[in-house]
Design a protein around this ligand. Structure first.
Ligand code: ATP
Length: 260
């Protein structure tokens, strides 16, 4: 229970959600002149369309103040589910309802590689709706939290000079500077070192307390353990289990061990 037994306020409702990726031109001879000619001769209008049915009828309700872990083996539909909750992917059937604005913080979240870390902090904060005054107030805290400048003045260098871990840390620090109604985090924590991971876990706890709901996708079971009290386990696009993190992780760890 998220709030110690008081009224629980739903923030995300997924109702029988199916998500299907359509892959155009996935057939043999894709894009070549011969395949185009063959299509014309056979009077076929478009190249073959393949479908990947990534999420198959999932339903759950997440509440205000909850941090929910999403686990499952590779390709089980975790990132797809997050992107759909963020409103970035349409559902083939079923519905997702969110109360408030969902923000997806993924490993691929957009940053301008040719601009300095400093510029990216400012742009990122403005994009999240902060005023210049707020950005000025938060700037140093964001840089310190990211630890980017621990070994030199990296924040004045273009982002393309950063390692993938450094870039991920800066992205997380920018996103974490604001309270979110629904914060969706895709693997962001696994790239940082232990000290950064500890800081970000602490920050997720604060974000959760200050407002909304956090979803965390991770292959790092310890991150899930330390951050989320509830975990949803996806396998082949279906919810295999949903419940208290310790119970679900124990089942999942056993499943992964047996599969080896
Ligand atoms: N853009 C895409 N186009 C087509 N199929 C996709 C696309 N993205 C993912 N898929 C497919 O959807 C399924 C679920 O992928 P998804 O990335 O959601 O899994 P995941 O659980 O996040 O995996 P991982 O742990 O490896 O990150 C997989 O079969 C994958 O091949």
């Amino acid at each position: 229970m998220a709030d110690g037994g008081g009224e629980r306020i739903p923030t995300v409702i997924a109702d029988q959600v199916h998500i299907v990726y359509k892959i155009y031109g996935a057939g043999a001879g894709r894009g070549s002149a011969t395949s185009a000619l063959s299509r014309m001769v056979r009077r076929k209008a478009s190249p073959a369309i393949s479908e990947v049915h990534a999420v198959r009828g999932i339903s759950f309700i997440a509440y205000k103040g909850e941090a929910v872990g999403l686990i499952g083996s590779n390709g089980s539909g975790k990132s797809t589910t997050l992107a759909a909750v963020a409103g970035l992917l349409p559902t083939a059937s079923g519905s997702i309802y969110t109360d408030g604005q969902p923000s997806l913080l993924g490993v691929n979240a957009a940053m301008m590689n040719d601009l300095t870390g400093e510029r990216n902090v400012v742009l990122g904060c403005l994009a999240m709706g902060m005023s210049y005054a707020e950005v000025r107030e938060k700037y140093q805290g964001i840089v310190d939290f990211s630890g980017i400048n621990e070994r030199g003045d990296f924040v004045s260098l273009p982002m393309r000079t950063y390692s993938s871990g450094m870039a991920a840390r800066l992205r997380f620090s920018i996103a974490a500077a604001k309270t979110h109604d629904v914060l969706l985090i895709d693997e962001a924590l696994s790239t940082g070192d232990t000290a950064f991971q500890r800081r970000s876990e602490q920050r997720i706890k604060e974000l959760r307390e200050s407002a909304g709901t956090v979803f965390l996708v991770s292959h790092n079971n310890n991150s899930i353990r330390d951050t989320c009290e509830r975990t949803i386990w996806l396998e082949a696009g279906v919810i295999r289990a949903d419940g208290p993190t310790e119970e679900i992780l124990a089942e999942y760890e056993k499943y992964m061990k047996d599969r080896r």
